[in-house]
Design a protein around this ligand. Structure first.
Ligand SMILES: Nc1ncnc2c1ncn2[C@@H]1O[C@H](COP(=O)(O)OP(=O)(O)OP(=O)(O)O)[C@@H](O)[C@H]1O
Ligand SMILES: [Mg+2]
Length: 213
């Protein structure tokens, strides 16, 4: 059994409020797992813990058999990449956003590689030099997702990344995620409220009131 994540008895509390209660779950490497459950149930909180953006109050969260807290956070976040519920592009141009993953790794921008990835999400190379203000919400979401995928992580966490997109944009995002999952063995944890996404999911975990049910 090859678990990429092992979560044991994990809780997260802010003041008196218990947001996550004794969560235990395992995620096998290479799986595409969908997290569902009502708004406010704790899905994003759990994802933020798995992405090493916040720490659990108690219990264990292991990545590749070691405590998440034992990894250096910047390095860890390159291996477990979190695509946010609200995409944000920074700076002035799309180029700045796509150059960023290279910069943080001290590597040179590989324009040919970026053009190839843009094509996967139905955008052509002219987008590289567009202003961040001149792209639609759906295009923004696809470009933001590429930032997570330029350097392939071991795990991609997508937190409602298709919310508010039309069916064409959703389809494009589904196809790139399926491709990375199937061709490259990328483990994906997806949070969604989308009925058709939930229907199509084979691996589902439901969170309700901070508990796995
Ligand atoms: N730092 C915090 N301080 C206080 N309460 C918090 C904090 N972070 C999250 N919460 C609360 O914890 C609960 C779970 O939030 P979370 O964002 O994990 O829910 P969610 O399942 O992702 O919901 P949605 O489907 O609406 O995105 C909510 O009631 C939220 O208000
Ligand atoms: Mg959420």
């Amino acid at each position: 059994m090859d678990n990429i994540f092992e979560v044991k008895d994990l809780s997260y509390q802010v003041g008196e409020k218990r947001i996550l209660k004794n969560i235990s779950l395992n995620i096998k490497r290479g799986k595409y797992v969908t997290f569902v459950g009502p708004s406010g149930s704790g899905k994003s909180t759990l994802m933020r813990i798995l992405a090493s953006m916040i720490s659990a109050s108690s219990g264990e969260a292991l990545f590749n058999g070691k405590h998440i807290s034992s990894y250096e956070p910047t390095k860890y976040r390159q291996r477990v990449s979190y695509a946010f519920q609200q995409p944000t592009l920074f700076g002035k141009t799309i180029r700045e956003n796509l150059e960023f993953p290279y910069e943080v790794r001290g590597e040179e921008f590989d324009e040919a590689q970026v053009v190839k990835l843009l094509k996967y999400v139905n955008l052509d190379e002219s987008y590289i030099d567009k202003s961040v203000n001149d792209v639609s919400g759906g295009e923004k979401q696809r470009i933001a997702l590429l930032r997570n995928l330029i350097f392939k992580p071991e795990v991609l966490i997508t937190d409602e990344v298709t919310t508010g997109l039309d069916s064409d944009n959703k389809e494009i995002i589904h196809s790139i995620l399926n491709k990375f999952n199937q061709d490259d063995g990328l483990t994906i944890l997806r949070v969604t409220h989308d009925d058709s996404e939930i229907e199509q999911s084979t691996d589902k975990i439901t969170i309700k009131n901070g508990e796995v049910i």
